[in-house]
Design a protein around this ligand. Sequence first.
Ligand SMILES: [Zn+2]
Length: 475
Amino acid sequence: MSKVTFKDNWELIVGLEVHAELATRTKLFCGCLNEFGNEPNTNVCPVCLGLPGSLPVVNEQAVYFAMRLGEAVNCSVNRSVFARKNYFYPDMPKDYQISQYDLPTNTNGYLDLPEGKRIGIERAHIEEDTGKTTHKGESGRISGADYSLVDYNRAGVPLIEIVSQPDIRTVDQAKSYVSELRQILLALEVSDAKMEEGSIRVDANVSVRPIDESDLRTRCEIKNVNSLRSLGRAIEYEANRHINLYDNGESPTQETRHWDEISGRTRPGRSKEDAEDYRYFPEPDLVPLNPSAAELKLIKDGLPNLPAQRRKNLMDILGSDANDAVILVEREHDAFAVDAIELGGVKESIAKYLINNLADGMGDLSPKALAELTQMEANGDVTSTQARKILVELVANGGAPGEIAEHLGLETIDADAIEKMVLELIGEHPNEWGRYRDGDKKVQGFFVGQIMKATSGQADGKIINQILSEHAKAQ
Ligand SMILES: [Zn+2]
């Protein structure tokens, strides 16, 4: 396979670490509620505050969710061991985070992007989230802050950290990978996957190398990316920064960098710790997780249709092209499309309306109403302009398209009547007609506009155009 060039003769190498909050009712090791947006420090107890003598009890639902994700991304789901990751930072009052280290729950999986590229998944392990610090001061950063506030509501919330192989070669693949993973998490109902609320957080490991080189060069880990757009911009900026350094005979240092949305740049954070800095050791207060083959089979058999399968179904049933299928599944409108077709709707029109007119949602529109509307349009009972008007009404207030057409006084004007009007118009405007016949397409709009005006928009534009071109040929 030929390599994708990022710039000149450089190849982009990206691996992503996606942290997703698991949508459990309670935290990972205690009974505190796992809820976003509550008063600071209200969902806390001795366990998640790390008070001496408190003991963790693992949340069964979190373990089940993590294994469900593992099965969905083709991982081997293993016997796993929790480990203490030791570090001192005020957002972690125990001075360690319970995570998994050398024996994670899920290993060696993969995910196929819609475009076909396969991205390896090294591991997907369970860990607890940290609290949240807010630095008060002009900079909003710890350096130069007047004081800092800490909220432990998030401390101990269950996370799954999904670590990809460095298989990503373009900015689009990086965005597509996160989007696909997000849709899988939603389909599995294991995370609400809201990037803007921080329930999905992405760190990107970025490096570049000459296109003919096979060794990996120094990478930097970019943190603080909170939208797909930022992810794309951050990767692009960082890769260019590396290339410029190499071009100047320098090289990047391995470090953590923060993405700054406003300046559009990354800036250095702490130098990247190696695993040994954390002094990992097996968590003595928790037993290993050891799922039986029967339990794993139950999880695997219970997986829902995943986005890739749903796209395939949509292409089979709707006959829509791959791009439409990607968009409709991403918007979670695919089940609606399939229902509308099964209720007798016209495939092409359903795809067209869903893609172009219903991006913001269906409102009160039902699959049945959409099916009927597309039939009315196909039968010539309403024009496409009228159908769009009815659609707006259906989204806003629901109802049946036939009744709305009647209520709005929409009726089509038959072709004979339109033809008569066109002929009159031609008689009244010989100069414009001459230009039309000479191929001046701009006057076409003039004729269509005049007829639309005379019929208050009830004539079918397609029919007007047809009549115009037939008459031009006949003369
Ligand atoms: Zn707690």
